[in-house]
Ligand binder design. Structure first.
Ligand code: ATP
Ligand code: MG
Length: 566
């Protein structure tokens, strides 16, 4: 293709966005921002996106069959699963003006994911055990009302996703397929050039399953997720679920007499530690919650940690936790919010201690008296030694994997894919059962499997660029060769272009009448893996340069073609 036929241009002096991918992709002419979180894919950008999606499609065809569902859905479908009210990024559309509303006043959901559509489709055609297992997938735009859409293609309000849904007659069969999906995903990311930096991390199963879901996460400094890896155990967790063991404290102080000290208005462990002149680790954060069953519980972590409510829910054995209201706090502690402690709570309040609160001598905790804190508190003397310590804190850097004691490697990553065992969550909602060999109705099991194809494109740019522009891995590059012709060599360039095309090589020919400098900087910005220059100096040869390197080499055109084809 000739550059002049793209009808888009680079814009090196264009505005810088908050993210590298948006800045480079915009300046190089791959995408155009419509508004925050929504982008048009220009001819160059579409070529990259198509290549990414072709790789995804090729691997998904091995484990499923492609279709495409509507982006609009009636609200009623989302009411069936109850998700109309609970998906916090769900969007809807309405007629934009009076005339339009007069035609139809309906409101439609813009699907953020498509379980609500695929489940009834699957159900319509597959109800005998003989029909199972099977999987449908699509690659399509999704809509989510994201709060922050400042990281370019990494977080769109409209973005593209490959979503696959599998259906099974048993949990065992779902699990077997799930393993196959992991293999297919691993292949996808290898083929996309992200294999070496992509790990499978354990993440929350949401309210679908007590098991983990699995995220495919690509190491990327600008990624939004934080991962905790225990290499010797070959396991990686998303921060949201990482089990954690706090660095052990070795406290050799002599126990001192417990006292209550006044600290009017001092709330928060940092301020408190400073005020009391003690290390933050000696403070204790005690938070009161109300459980789904209506009980009040207290959870205590050592200062410097936060409580992870998902972990705490499991420890407590409840389905929901709500921060106790100010009235409840007052009723059970006798104090205003901010002074709750673990001492002398009414017996109906069960206290849970995180393991980070162990091994401390003379620690602080709220005095359950407004404006007061207890110091020099000791287990076994001022309150009984807890029968059990739990882990319900949010893991932080320096923590260890409890199973092995290995200190985690903590790093940032971008979630490029996520697979979920949904079990019967959606099939139950739609009453989707199958008839087994004995003629009995049985529940259908389901899994869902996503890959963000536009996010992958953003991640590739975040990872593969330098100060001059993008450096595309060859398998997703918009073209294999960027042919640059300099003044006076038009005929030779035309010949080279024809030869490359005849050999089936995708080539972008910068045929513009602009200076060599402009062409070279544009070639670097666009990032096609190989640059070939034809000039008066190169004669019947071409000058080869890899985008990622600085060295150039003179080659016969046939030799260049052979090298590209290997
Ligand atoms: P995140 O935690 O990043 O918000 P998610 O866990 O809500 O994502 P999933 O529902 O698991 O996303 O969607 C499947 C895949 O779609 C993700 O792994 C990611 O690659 C992609 N994706 C999700 N949200 C976005 C978005 N706003 N923009 C671009 N890609 C997205
Ligand atoms: Mg996810």
């Amino acid at each position: 293709m000739k550059y002049s036929q793209l009808h888009t241009k680079t814009n090196k002096s264009g505005k810088d966005f908050e993210s590298i991918n948006a800045t480079l992709l915009t300046k190089a002419g791959f995408i155009d921002q419509t508004m925050a979180g929504a982008y048009s894919f220009l001819p160059l950008g579409l070529r990259v996106l198509n290549k990414i999606e072709a790789i995804v499609r090729d691997e998904m065809d091995k484990i499923g069959v492609e279709l495409v569902m509507s982006s609009l859905a009636p609200k009623s479908l989302w009411e069936i699963t109850g998700r109309l009210e609970t998906v916090d990024v769900l969007m809807k559309t309405v007629g934009a003006n009076q005339a339009s509303q007069l035609k139809s006043n309906n409101e439609y959901v813009l699907n953020s994911t498509q379980e609500e559509l695929i489940t009834p489709i699957a159900q319509r055609f597959n109800t005998s055990y003989k029909d199972f297992p099977f999987a449908f997938y699509q690659i399509q735009a999704k809509f989510r009302n994201e709060a922050r859409a400042k990281s370019g293609l990494l977080r769109g309000r409209e973005f593209r996703m490959k979503d696959l849904y599998s259906f099974h007659t048993s949990e065992t069969d779902l699990k077997a397929y799930y393993e196959q999906a992991k293999v297919a995903y691993t292949r996808v990311f290898e083929r996309l050039g992200l294999g070496a930096d992509t790990v499978m991390a354990l993440a929350s199963g949401g309210d679908f399953t007590k098991d983990y879901s699995h995220e495919f996460q690509t190491r990327c400094e600008t990624g939004e997720d934080i991962l905790f890896a225990a290499h010797s155990a070959n396991i990686v967790f998303n921060k949201e679920v990482a089990p954690s063991q706090a660095p052990r404290l070795t406290d050799t102080q002599e126990p001192r007499e417990m006292e209550e000290v006044e600290g009017t208005g001092i709330i928060g462990v940092e301020a408190l530690a400073e005020y009391l002149k003690i290390p933050v680790e000696k403070t204790t954060k005690t938070i009161l919650f109300e459980t789904a069953e209506g009980n009040v519980i207290a959870a205590a972590v050592r200062g410097g940690y936060d409580i992870n409510e998902e972990k705490l829910k499991k420890v407590v054995g409840t389905t929901s936790l709500q921060l106790a209201s100010a009235e409840t706090v007052k009723r059970v502690t006798g104090a205003e919010v901010g002074y709750a402690g673990v001492l002398n709570l009414p017996s109906e309040v069960k206290v849970f201690f995180d393991e980070s609160t162990q091994n401390r001598i003379n620690f602080e905790c709220g005095a359950n008296r407004t404006n007061y804190h207890s110091i020099n508190v000791n287990f076994g003397r001022d309150l009984p030694m807890p029968e059990q310590f739990y882990d319900f804190k949010t893991a932080k850097e320096g923590d260890a994997y409890p199973e092995t004691g290995e200190v985690y490697e903590v790093f940032r990553a971008a979630e490029v894919g996520n697979i979920f065992p949904l079990n019967t969550k959606f099939t139950k909602a739609f009453g989707y059962t199958f008839t087994d060999e004995q003629g009995q109705e049985q529940p259908v099991y389901m899994g869902c499997y996503g890959i963000g194809t536009t996010r992958v494109m953003g991640v590739l740019v975040e990872k593969y660029h330098d100060e001059r522009g993008i450096i595309w891995p060859s398998q997703v590059a918009p073209f294999a060769v960027h042919l640059v012709s300099l003044k006076g060599a038009e005929a030779a360039a035309q010949q080279t272009y024809d030869q490359l095309q005849a050999a089936g090589i995708e080539v972008l020919w910068d045929d513009r009448d602009v200076s060599p400098g402009v062409k070279f900087t544009d070639a670097d910005l666009i990032g096609i893996p190989v640059r070939l220059v034809v000039s008066m100096k190169t004669g019947d040869k071409v000058e080869w340069k890899n985008r990622a390197e600085t060295a150039t080499e003179l080659l016969e055109v046939s030799a260049a073609i052979a090298r590209i084809q290997t």
